[in-house]
Write a protein that binds this ligand. Structure first.
Ligand SMILES: *Cc1c(COP(=O)(O)O)cnc(C)c1O
Length: 445
C-alpha cells in the first residue's frame, strides 16, 4: 500500500536525470514525493532565505507538505510567487492565520457521519471516504484538518462497515468515492470496493473524485482503466484549477478515461491569486471541454482553517459566471456553489437574469444587456397534483416513480401539502408561542 516516504526526498535526481520509465511510474512518483524543504530546493535548484525557511518549518509542523515530482516539475521557478502550481502546493505562513469565522470541519462532515467513512447529507446519495491519503497535499484542501494523518488507508473491516450502511439504506442510489484520493488505493483494493458496491441492488451509479489526472497523471494506467471499465456506470470528477495544469501528460490521462466510456467532470475551487480571473477561467473551461471534461462545479472556497488567504468575495464567482453564461457554450459553464457551513450542502449562486414580473409577463435580461419580455399564457389549465399518478394523464411509469417525502421549498410548492412556511426550529420567537399557528393540533404548550 502507498505509504508516504517521509524525508527521503529526491536524493539529487532532478527530472532530467531520472530515467523516463521511472518518472512515468506512479509508484516511483509516490516514493519520491517532496516533503521537505531541502528536497524542494534541490529539485528546483533554488535556495530560500532564512526567514522563508523559518516560516516554512512553522507551517509544515501544523499542515504538512507533499508534492509529486511531476506536479513540482510544472512550477516556474523564475516566477515562484505568482505561480499557480507553487501556490497550490507550497506551504505559506498565512495558513496559520486562523480567523474567527474559520472552522475545523465547516461542512459538518464528521457530524453527518452515520457510519465510518460515510457522510450522508442528501437524501439519495452518500460521500464515502475510502482513502485518507493524497499524493499532493493541496494547500486549499477543505479537509485540511485531516491532511497528513498517518494511518492512511481504511482497512477492509472499516470499509465493510460503510458498505453495510449503504446496503441497509435503500434510498442511496449514488455513491461518491472520495478521500483522500481513491486512486491511491491499489487497483485490487479499489476493484474489491467497487465489486462490493455493485452487488447492492439500489446503487445505480458510482462516482469517483480524484485529483490524480492533475497531480499524478501516470496513475491512470491501462490496468486501472481496464478495471474501472468492468464497473460501469462509473463517473469521475477531477480537480483542475488552472489552465497550466493541462499538460500533454494530463491530457493523455483524461483521454484514457474518456476512451473507457467514463463521463468526466471537473470541480474547481475559486482561489485568490490562482484563478480568480474571468479570462483564466474561460481558458480553463475551454481546455477542459476540448479534453472531454465537463466543468461541473466552481466552489466558493470553504471556511476551513488555514484557507483565509485563498478566499475571494462571492462577487468574484458571480463575475466569472457573468463572463461565461451566454458568452460561451452552455456546457462550458460550471455551477457556482457555496457549500453551506453547518452541513446544509451545496447552494448554487448565479447572476440574476429575472428583472421583474407581473401577472402575465416576465422581464429578463440577457448576457449582452438586452432587456426583454416573455409573455406568459393568459390561461393555463393547472393540473392540481394530488400525487395520484395512476389517475394522471402525464405518463409516469409508476415503477420508476420512487416516492419520497417532500423536502424544503419543494414542499411549499406542492399542491397536496398544506404547509405555508418553513421555520427554523426552536428559536426564541417560536419558543415564546403557546400554540403552533401552522399546525394548531400540534400545540406543544
Ligand atoms: C458534494 C457532495 C455530494 C454530491 O453532491 P452532488 O451535488 O450530487 O454532486 C454528496 N455528499 C456530500 C456530503 C457532498 O459534499
Amino acid at each position: 500500500m502507498m505509504k508516504g516516504n517521509t524525508g527521503q526526498g529526491l536524493a539529487g535526481s532532478k527530472p532530467k536525470q531520472v530515467d523516463k520509465e521511472k518518472w512515468r511510474d506512479w509508484k516511483w512518483q509516490m516514493r519520491h514525493c517532496v516533503k521537505d524543504l531541502e528536497s524542494f530546493e534541490k529539485f528546483l535548484g533554488i535556495e530560500l532565505g532564512t526567514e522563508e525557511r523559518r516560516a516554512f518549518e512553522e507551517t509544515v509542523s501544523r499542515f504538512p507538505m507533499s508534492i509529486t515530482p511531476y506536479y513540482l516539475s510544472l512550477i516556474d521557478k523564475n516566477n515562484l510567487n505568482n505561480d499557480p502550481i507553487f501556490m497550490q502546493s507550497f506551504p505559506r505562513q498565512q495558513e496559520l492565520e486562523i480567523h474567527s469565522s474559520d472552522m475545523s470541519d465547516p461542512l459538518h462532515e464528521d457530524a453527518d457521519s452515520p457510519a465510518p467513512c460515510i457522510t450522508h447529507r442528501y437524501p439519495d446519495r452518500v460521500l464515502f471516504l475510502v482513502s485518507n491519503t493524497c499524493s499532493m497535499y493541496c494547500r486549499h484542501c477543505t479537509r485540511k484538518r485531516r491532511v497528513g494523518d498517518r494511518d492512511s488507508i481504511p482497512d477492509r473491516e472499516t470499509i465493510l462497515q460503510g458498505i453495510e450502511y449503504i446496503k441497509a439504506t435503500p434510498q442511496i442510489r449514488d455513491v461518491l468515492l472520495s478521500g483522500g484520493d481513491p486512486f491511491l488505493l491499489s487497483d485490487e483494493y479499489l476493484d474489491w470496493i467497487l465489486t462490493e458496491l455493485q452487488k447492492i441492488p439500489h446503487v445505480e451509479v458510482i462516482r469517483i473524485g480524484t485529483r490524480t489526472p492533475v497531480v499524478l497523471p501516470y496513475r491512470i494506467t491501462d490496468e486501472l482503466v481496464a478495471m474501472l471499465k468492468k464497473h460501469h456506470p462509473i463517473w469521475i470528477n477531477t480537480h483542475f484549477n488552472h489552465p497550466r495544469e493541462l499538460t500533454s501528460t494530463s491530457r493523455r490521462a483524461l483521454a484514457k478515461l474518456a476512451d473507457a466510456g467514463i463521463p468526466l467532470g471537473n470541480q474547481s475551487v475559486l482561489l485568490a491569486g490562482v484563478n480568480d480571473c474571468p479570462r483564466i477561467m474561460r481558458v480553463l473551461v475551454h481546455k477542459l471541454v476540448a479534453n472531454r471534461v465537463r466543468p461541473y462545479y466552481l466552489y466558493q472556497c470553504d471556511l476551513s482553517e488555514g484557507l483565509s488567504h485563498f478566499r475571494t468575495p462571492v462577487g468574484k464567482g458571480i463575475e466569472i459566471l457573468e463572463s461565461l453564461i451566454g458568452h460561451t457554450s452552455g456546457f462550458c459553464v460550471p455551477t457556482y456553489v457555496i457549500d453551506a457551513p453547518g452541513g446544509g450542502g451545496k447552494i448554487p449562486v448565479m447572476p440574476n437574469y429575472l428583472i421583474s414580473w407581473s401577472t402575465n409577463k416576465v422581464v429578463l435580461r440577457n448576457y449582452e444587456g438586452v432587456i426583454t419580455t416573455y409573455r406568459e399564457p393568459d390561461s393555463y389549465e393547472p393540473t392540481v397534483c394530488d400525487r395520484n399518478c395512476d389517475a394522471c394523464n402525464l405518463q409516469l411509469d409508476l415503477a420508476d416513480a420512487q416516492e419520497s417525502e417532500l423536502i424544503g421549498v419543494e414542499m411549499l410548492l406542492a399542491d397536496d401539502d398544506e404547509s405555508i412556511s418553513l421555520v427554523p426550529q426552536g428559536n426564541e420567537r417560536y419558543n415564546r408561542r403557546t400554540v403552533d399557528d401552522e399546525n394548531p393540533e400540534n400545540s406543544n404548550s
